[in-house]
Design a binder for this molecule. Structure first.
Ligand SMILES: *[C@@H]1O[C@H](CO)[C@@H](O)[C@H](O)[C@H]1NC(C)=O
Ligand SMILES: *[C@@H]1O[C@H](CO)[C@@H](O)[C@H](O)[C@H]1NC(C)=O
Ligand SMILES: [Cu+2]
Length: 630
């Protein structure tokens, strides 16, 4: 019987795994104000279609690069014309191909996709990956111009967890911060899912701003002039179904710079996810999201009246302030918030690394390798664009990149920083600079062991008596065997540090970089080498000419069927975001082509036959026992 059960479970696994075939036609377009931006599949805003999949699914994404119609002589524009896609936060398994080959970093893991060429990103989502991710170009400053979108991975475990947290909130209310003693299963509650993807906004296109940033005396921090929410520069409304009791918001900062802040008037938010990792429920009044970061928060809808969502997007001095709305059908917006973002209850842009801890796991053991990285804006470094650059331990990120590919053994001017394979590695990222920077790690989520406060200074592991070292030691002792906050992007205060810890068990070449697009262009990051890599040219997917692929595609694609996202159990995905200006609708339908392939249909058929056989077997088995009894 156990054998049969395992078989059924295994077969169910097969049935659920779906193949998603996506195609991105990437072009340039002009918006209403005449600003040039990058459009995916003809969209009219700077947010691409949402890709929504399940853990274990296969994703086959065809990218067609039609960004530039002509050839350009200048280096910045040439760089801007070719492209690549990075799947931010997705730690892909090494199934057939090395997971690193899908990381989408030109010069490191792939050749960039030239004008009028195409490229396949084919990979499967590992079973243990579930949560809120996004995709974006890793070429030039294209993501700010629109080459970005949500990548949402669903799974039953997450839905059940959200339901359990909501059930607990029904019992204990939302006043205490930490919510403990979750029930083993949840009640029947109506939970609606919505997305809040925020970004800063500029009146010029990113490539025009980049020209100014890379000028001989270019400012690395161009002035933020506005913000967008779900691609919209105005106020957004989330329409709540009549019976909805809770909303789970997936919050993503897809911006080029600047922390965003959210506060829901008269309500507290319950944080349950940090960058794809389920977190122990923790109530906050105000949420801060650094560029690249994601959170899921659960909101108990306490009022049937219109509810304000107050949104601040930081600029050099202060915040761009917007009011969005949670409305019942037919309700109108009220008066916008007129106060100051800094005065919101619980306002704090520092990482709450002591509060947002994962639901399981423990502090990784003492590291075998410790690395300190000091970063600063270096006025004297002027290559290769004759402009001041950022340096990390004296090098700019561009120096690690290769004319060929690191993953094929080609080398840049600096060798990548070696990580000890299979060992626990600890990295202190030190801001010598006075500004706050959001750092993102490719290929790993990490434990945030310690984060300094402003002016704690750098952490050097050989300097036993610095303020940073004292805080770090205290934090390590405090964790004991509890797991620290785990994520892939972290905000580091000026004149301070963060210490991250992970196991170097994912072979590849991985970037660790500031996620401010302008700072990345100015070299703020490093490249790690992890493991011994033997990748042959044969296993590297190559960009190719489009004409040739079309026939292939027709041959491989079975009957096309647009699959509606299956609403899974307790969390209904209704996607009601509606907007004042451009009628934004949740982008699930925007994907042009999503189909199960013919082969997977055959597989489903086989599985169906198998299940019927098993059912028959069970009936026969049961019948036999019954007849023996009588
Ligand atoms: C990716 O998948 C598509 C079809 O789904 C196939 O035509 C193509 O050859 C695959 N490419 C790579 C590099 O795996
Ligand atoms: C992309 O462009 C090709 C060629 O124009 C077209 O056949 C295809 O349907 C387009 N795909 C999408 C998703 O818009
Ligand atoms: Cu990234």
């Amino acid at each position: 019987m156990i054998l049969l059960w395992t078989l059924v479970v295994w077969l169910q696994g097969l049935v659920v795994a779906e193949t998603h075939l996506y195609e991105f036609n990437i072009t340039t377009a002009a918006d209403k104000e005449g600003k040039t931006f990058i459009s995916i599949n003809g969209r009219t805003d700077t947010l691409g279609p949402t890709l929504r999949v399940k853990s274990g699914d296969q994703v086959n994404l065809l990218v067609n690069n039609e960004i530039c119609e002509q050839n350009y002589a200048d280096a910045l524009m040439q760089d801007y014309c070719s492209t690549s896609i990075h799947f931010h936060g997705l730690i892909l398994g090494n199934d057939g191909l090395l997971g690193a080959l899908h990381d989408g970093v030109p010069g490191v893991t792939q050749h960039s996709i030239p004008s009028h060429m195409s490229y396949w990103y084919n990979f499967s989502i590992p079973k243990n990956v579930c949560g809120t991710y996004w995709y974006h170009s890793h070429s030039s400053v294209q993501y700010g111009d629109g080459l970005r979108g949500l990548f949402l991975v669903e799974c039953e475990e997450r839905d059940k967890y959200i339901n359990r947290v909501a059930t607990r909130l029904e019992e204990v209310g939302t006043t205490s911060d930490a919510i403990a003693e979750l029930p083993t299963s949840g009640q029947d509650l109506k939970i609606q899912e919505e997305v809040i993807a925020v970004s800063d906004w500029y009146s010029k296109s990113s490539i025009d701003i980049l020209r100014e940033v890379m000028a001989p005396n270019g400012d690395p921090d161009p002035r933020v002039e506005g913000s967008t929410t779900n691609g919209d520069t105005g106020s957004v409304a989330f329409v709540v179904d009549e019976e909805t009791q809770y909303i789970v918001f997936r919050v993503v900062n897809m911006g080029m710079s600047g922390t965003n802040v959210l506060h829901i008037d008269g309500h507290r938010m319950c944080v349950i996810e940090t960058d794809g990792i389920l977190a122990k429920p923790y109530m906050v009044d105000t949420l801060a999201i650094a560029p690249g970061q994601r959170f899921s928060v659960l909101l108990k809808v306490e009022s049937r009246d219109p509810i304000k969502i107050i949104h601040g997007c930081s600029k050099m001095m202060g915040y761009i302030t917007k009011t969005h709305w949670i409305l019942r059908s037919g309700q109108l917006r009220g008066n916008a918030f007129t106060g100051r973002i800094r005065d919101l209850p619980g306002f704090d842009v520092a990482e709450r690394y002591l509060d947002y801890v994962p639901i399981s796991g423990s502090l990784l053991p003492e590291p075998a390798q410790q690395i300190s990285l000091d970063y600063d804006f270096a006025d004297e470094i002027r290559e290769p664009f004759e402009t001041p650059m950022y340096v990390v331990n004296g090098n700019t990120m561009n120096e690690y990149f290769s004319e060929g590919l690191l993953i094929l053994g080609d080398r840049g001017r600096r060798d990548p920083i070696l990580l000890e394979a299979e060992q626990v590695v600890e990295i202190a990222i030190n801001s010598i600079d006075h500004m706050r920077h959001p750092w993102h790690m490719h290929g790993h989520t990490f434990q945030v062991v310690s984060v300094g406060q402003k002016r704690d200074g750098p952490l050097h592991f050989n300097d036993a008596d610095s303020p940073a070292m004292r805080r770090y030691k205290q934090d390590v002792a405090n964790w004991g065997d509890r797991a620290p906050m785990t994520r892939d992007t972290i905000n580091i205060p000026g004149h301070s540090y963060a210490v991250i810890r992970f196991v170097a068990n994912n072979p590849g070449y991985w970037l660790l970089h500031c996620h401010v697009e302008w700072h990345m262009a100015k070299g703020l990051g490093v490249v790690f080498q992890e493991g011994d890599l033997e990748v042959s040219t044969l296993s590297i997917p190559e960009p190719f000419e489009k004409g040739k692929v079309k026939q292939e595609q027709e041959a491989n694609t079975g009957p096309t069927q647009t699959s509606e996202p299956v609403s899974s159990g307790t969390v209904a995905n209704t996607g009601h975001a509606e907007s004042e200006l451009s009628g934004y609708s949740s982008a699930d339908g925007a994907i042009e082509e999503e189909s199960t392939t013919a082969t997977s249909k055959i597989r489903v058929l086989i599985v169906y036959i198998c299940i019927m056989c098993i059912v028959n077997l069970c009936i026969w088995h049961y019948g036999l026992r019954e007849s023996q009894r009588t």
